[in-house]
Design a binder for this molecule. Structure first.
Ligand code: ADP
Length: 625
C-alpha cells in the first residue's frame, strides 16, 4: 500500500513538533486524552437524539497501558472511532481550517503558540514518539483500519482487525536522550501524575493497571503480585466543583486542556448561577491576542454543554461581538438537548444566560481596571480595539456598557487614562474633551494644532488607532462633555483670553482672501490661526469629517474618495506672516508661490500626500535661487 504524504503545511508543522524544544512535552498525553474524551462525547450525544442507540456509561472509558520492554505507550478509548476517510481527513492534514497562513517567523520563534491555537493536538504525539500507530473502528461500521506514521515523511492506512469500536493510539516512545528523559513516559506513576495535573476533570474514567501485592490465598506470610486496574482521574468537571476547592493552576490547566489558548489567561471567571436559569460557566480573559483574532477565520463563542454534554463547540450567541475575545464554557441543565442550532438562537434560556454573562464580564473588567490597573492595561493592549469597535458598531447602543472601559493615552499623564479620570481633572473653563488623532504618540506630540490647547493647560487624549475617532463619534459625549478634535475649526476657546489681538486689519483680510483664491477648491478657507503659537501653518477642518477620518476612509478601496473640509490656518504672529504681507503688497507672483508652499507644508505635517510633489520641489528650488 502506497505511502501518503502529509499536506505541505502539515509537514512543516510536524517537523516543528518533532524538533520542538518545547518544554512541556508531557502535554501530548493531555491532547490525546482530550481527543479520546471528545470521541466518547460524540457517541453520547448521538445516543441522546437517537433512541435506537443505548448508552451504557460503564462502556465508556479511556485505558492507558505501557510496555516498557518494547517502549510502547497505548491510549485506548471506546469512542466513536474513525472511518478510513476520516482517518485520511483528520490525521493527514493539520489545521484543516486553512488558518496556516501565518508568518514564517511566528512559526519558528513561537512554536509554542501553534500547538494550542491550531488544534494540532494529535500531532503532539510526535514530541515523544518516533512512530505512531492508530487502530480505529468507527461506531456502526464493521471495518477497522490501521494508520501508521514515522513522522514527516508520510503515513500509511490499511485494513486491520479490531473487536469493538473505538480507537487505540499506540506510541513508540523515543529513546532517552541527554536533554530529555523519555523513559518517564513509560512509568505508570509518572503518567498518573501527568493525568492528575492536566486531565483530572475528564468526565470518563481513565484507567491504568498498577502492580500490587497481596497475601497468597491460604498463606500467612507469602505474598503474590497482581495487577489491579484503577481509575486515576477524579472525573468531576471543574465547573461543577466548588470555587474554594480550586487553585489558579487548576483554572490555568483547564484553559490549556481545552486549548482555549496557549498563553496563561489573565483572568478567570467562575459562575455558578441559580435562579431563572441555572448554569455553571467558566470564562477566561486571555492575556494575548490570538494571531488570527482580526481575521475572518476567528470565530467567537463559548462551548455550550447541556448537563455535562458538549452540544456546541462555539456558541456565538453567548457572547456579544465586543467581548469576542472571551473563551470558556457554559453548562446548563435547563437547555433542552434536542433543539436544533437555529432554535437554540431563539432560546429564551440561552438569551438570559448570554445577558448575565455579558454583565458579568463587564463587571470583572471594571474591577480589573479599578484594582489591577497594570493587568487591565495589558488586557487593553490586546483587546481595547475590540471594545472601541463595540461602541462604533452599536451606533453608541453599547455606550453604557463600554465607555468606562476605554483608555486613551494622555498628553498630560503620558500614560493611559480613562474618560472619567480626564473629566475629573478638567478645569472649570474647559468646555470640551480634546483629542488629537494621528499615527503615533510621537507624531501627535509634534502636531502644531495642539499648541494652544496645551498652552491653556488642557489635557489632550491621543487617538492612535483608526477606530478611535469613529467610536468617539458614536459616543458623542461623556458625562455631558462633548469631544472635540484639536484640528476642528472652532476649538471652543474664548478668543479674548488667548490671543491679544484677534482683530485683523482690513488689509490682512484681503491677503487671506487672495490666498484662498490661489488655492481654489483645495481649501474651504484661509484664516488667521487662533491655535498656533510657534508653527507658521496648519490644517484645520470644518464639518463632521476630520482629516484623520478622511485618511482612514480613503484607505478603504472604493471608487468614491471623500474629502474633509480643509481650512488653511496661518499664524499671523509668525515671522513668515510678515513675508506674506510684503509679497501681497509688492510681488503677487511670490505670494502665489508662498501660498502653495505653505499649503503643502500643512499637508505634510498632517501626513497627507502632496498633490504634486514635483511642483513642490520646483517651488523650493525657485526660492533657493
Ligand atoms: P482537534 O482535536 O483539535 O480537532 P487533533 O489533531 O487532535 O485536533 O485531532 C484531529 C481530529 O481527529 C479530531 O477532530 C477527531 O475528529 C479525530 N480524532 C483524533 N483522535 C481521535 C480519537 N481518539 N477518536 C476519534 N477521533 C479522533
Amino acid at each position: 500500500m502506497a505511502k501518503k504524504q502529509f499536506k505541505a503545511e502539515s509537514k512543516r508543522l510536524l517537523n516543528l513538533m518533532i524538533n520542538s524544544i518545547y518544554t512541556h512535552r508531557e502535554i501530548f498525553l493531555r491532547e490525546l486524552i482530550s481527543n479520546a474524551s471528545d470521541a466518547m462525547d460524540k457517541i453520547y450525544y448521538k445516543a441522546l437524539s437517537d433512541e435506537s442507540i443505548a448508552f451504557n456509561p460503564s462502556d465508556y472509558y479511556i485505558k492507558i497501558t505501557t510496555d516498557k520492554e518494547n517502549r510502547i505507550l497505548t491510549i485506548s478509548d471506546t469512542g466513536i472511532g474513525m472511518t478510513k476517510e476520516e482517518l485520511d481527513d483528520n490525521l493527514g492534514v493539520i489545521a484543516k481550517s486553512g488558518s496556516m497562513a501565518f508568518k514564517e517567523e511566528h512559526e519558528i520563534k513561537d512554536g509554542y503558540d501553534i500547538i494550542g491555537q491550531f488544534g494540532v493536538g494529535f500531532y503532539s504525539a510526535f514530541m515523544v514518539a518516533d512512530e505512531v500507530t492508530v487502530i480505529t473502528k468507527a461506531f456502526g461500521s464493521d471495518k477497522a483500519y490501521k494508520w501508521h506514521s514515522q513522522g514527516a515523511d508520510g503515513y500509511r492506512i490499511q485494513e486491520w482487525e479490531k473487536d469493538s469500536y473505538g480507537t487505540d493510539i499506540i506510541l513508540k516512545i523515543k529513546e532517552k536522550t541527554e536533554e530529555e528523559d523519555y523513559d518517564q513516559f513509560l512509568e505508570n506513576y509518572r503518567l498518573k501524575a501527568i493525568i492528575k495535573k492536566y486531565s483530572d476533570f475528564i468526565r470518563y474514567p481513565i484507567k491504568m493497571d498498577f502492580t500490587s501485592r497481596r497475601l497468597k490465598e491460604g498463606s500467612e506470610d507469602e505474598y503474590e503480585e497482581f495487577i489491579e486496574e484503577r481509575i486515576v482521574n477524579s472525573m468531576v468537571p471543574i465547573w461543577k466543583k466548588n470555587k474554594n476547592e480550586l487553585s489558579p493552576e487548576d483554572y490555568d490547566n483547564f484553559y490549556r486542556e481545552k486549548r482555549y489558548g496557549f498563553d496563561n489567561p489573565l483572568k478567570h471567571i467562575h459562575i455558578s448561577a441559580e435562579g431563572a436559569v441555572s448554569y455553571n460557566a467558566i470564562l477566561f480573559i486571555p492575556e494575548k491576542m490570538p494571531f488570527d483574532f482580526y481575521t475572518r477565520e476567528y470565530e467567537k463563542g463559548l462551548e455550550l454543554y447541556s448537563s455535562g454534554v458538549l452540544i456546541m463547540d462555539k456558541c456565538p450567541d453567548l457572547l456579544p461581538d465586543f467581548f469576542s475575545f472571551v473563551k470558556g464554557m457554559v453548562d446548563s441543565e435547563d437547555l433542552s438537548l434536542n433543539i436544533s442550532r437555529e432554535m437554540l438562537q431563539h432560546d429564551r434560556q440561552l438569551k438570559i444566560i448570554a445577558k448575565n454573562i455579558k454583565n458579568r464580564i463587564k463587571t470583572e473588567l471594571s474591577n480589573m481596571l479599578k484594582d489591577e490597573r497594570e493587568k487591565y492595561e495589558q488586557f487593553y493592549k490586546s483587546f481595547g480595539r475590540q471594545l472601541k469597535y463595540g461602541i462604533y458598531e452599536g451606533f453608541g447602543m453599547n455606550k453604557e456598557m463600554l465607555q468606562d472601559l476605554l483608555l486613551f493615552y494622555s498628553s498630560r499623564e503620558r500614560k493611559m487614562v480613562t474618560l472619567s479620570e480626564y473629566v475629573s481633572r478638567m478645569p472649570e473653563d474647559q468646555k470640551y474633551i480634546y483629542y488629537a488623532a494621528g499615527e503615533s504618540i510621537e507624531r501627535i506630540d509634534k502636531m502644531p494644532q495642539t499648541e494652544l490647547i496645551t498652552d491653556k493647560g488642557y489635557e489632550i487624549l491621543y487617538f492612535t488607532e483608526d477606530v478611535d475617532e469613529f467610536a468617539i463619534r458614536m459616543l458623542m459625549n461623556y458625562q455631558e462633555k462633548e469631544f472635540k478634535s484639536v484640528s476642528s475649526g472652532d476649538l471652543g476657546i474664548d478668543p479674548d483670553t488667548d490671543k491679544e489681538n484677534q482683530d485683523l486689519e482690513e488689509k490682512d483680510k484681503e491677503l487671506f482672501q487672495y490666498m484662498k483664491n490661489v488655492l481654489g477648491d483645495k481649501v474651504k478657507d484661509v484664516r488667521a490661526s487662533k491655535r498656533l503659537k510657534n508653527h507658521p501653518v496648519c490644517l484645520a477642518n470644518e464639518g463632521d469629517l476630520t482629516i484623520e477620518m478622511e485618511k482612514i476612509l480613503n484607505a478603504i478601496p472604493t471608487d468614491q474618495k471623500i474629502k474633509a473640509e480643509r481650512i488653511l490656518e496661518i499664524n499671523n504672529n509668525h515671522e513668515v506672516f510678515q513675508s506674506l504681507r510684503e509679497a501681497f503688497a509688492n510681488d503677487k507672483e511670490k505670494l502665489d508661490l508662498y501660498t502653495h508652499l505653505l499649503y503643502n507644508q500643512a499637508l505634510m505635517i498632517e501626513g497627507l500626500p502632496l498633490e504634486d510633489p514635483l511642483e513642490f520641489s520646483n517651488n523650493i528650488c525657485s526660492i533657493m535661487k
